[in-house]
Design a binder for this molecule. Sequence first.
Ligand code: ZN
Ligand code: ZN
Ligand code: ZN
Ligand code: ZN
Ligand code: ZN
Length: 284
Amino acid sequence: MDLSGQPHTALFLVVPRLGLRELLSVAQVCVSLRDAVDKDVLPWLDIMVGDILCRRLSGEMLLKLTAKAEGKVRSLGLSNCIKISEEALLAVVIGNPNIETLNLTGCTGLTPEGVIKVAEALSKQGSGLRCLKIDGIYDLHEGHLQTLKSLVRQEGKGNQGIDVDVCPRCHAVRKVFSCRRETCKRKGENRGKECIGCAFCIPRCVECGGCVETEEADEAEAACPDVLCLGCWSKLTKCIFCNRPYCWRHSEQQQCYSPLLRGQSGFVCEFCDSSFHDEDDDFV
Ligand SMILES: [Zn+2]
Ligand SMILES: [Zn+2]
Ligand SMILES: [Zn+2]
Ligand SMILES: [Zn+2]
Ligand SMILES: [Zn+2]
């Protein structure tokens, strides 16, 4: 803010680049910023609801948010927006026929039939969906997937437009991965698609995406619940007490200032650190 109490003009320039949460907080600072946020269509074309808002976002709130784009929303990220209903989403897409990207992962308030209605509405009114994410929606079956595939534009080879597929092993509709290990790729070329399957059928290393045998997974134990292959496990830095590493997703859980380290470099995992504190409590 400058001396007159007006926000600096530079703030108005960043408005179109802000995420949804920042946009909503900026709008609360003062009237002129709220007007800047409300009257500008640009920040609302690609709406991504983040981790903090998703569990609270109701259908009514979503309608209000998307209305700011004046019918021009291009992409809508509603990952884990558990309160969103089919009616609300349908109203949003009818009002915004140009939505091409829709992320509904973990939207457990929606049914496969509801998602089909939404995709149908978009393909009737506009150019249709290009990308649809539905992993985590309950009761998805192959029939639903076939209908959705016909409603999502195919670009290039395969069905890259939808994030789930039929697992060739268990036939459930889930995220299906193909192996990235060089040795498996060669095996696959010779003997068919052996390493393709969902995470339930084939455990995979979180670091490299390669398949992991049960014995290997036992040997390559991580400090987090994720699966690692021996190759990746050996390269990662480990807890100085239990010799277990964290994967990239959980590396921030490394306790680098734990009293257990006693000045040594390295880290202690959360489990070892907390068992040390538990022992401490016993003496109190
Ligand atoms: Zn499977
Ligand atoms: Zn690996
Ligand atoms: Zn493999
Ligand atoms: Zn440990
Ligand atoms: Zn992990």
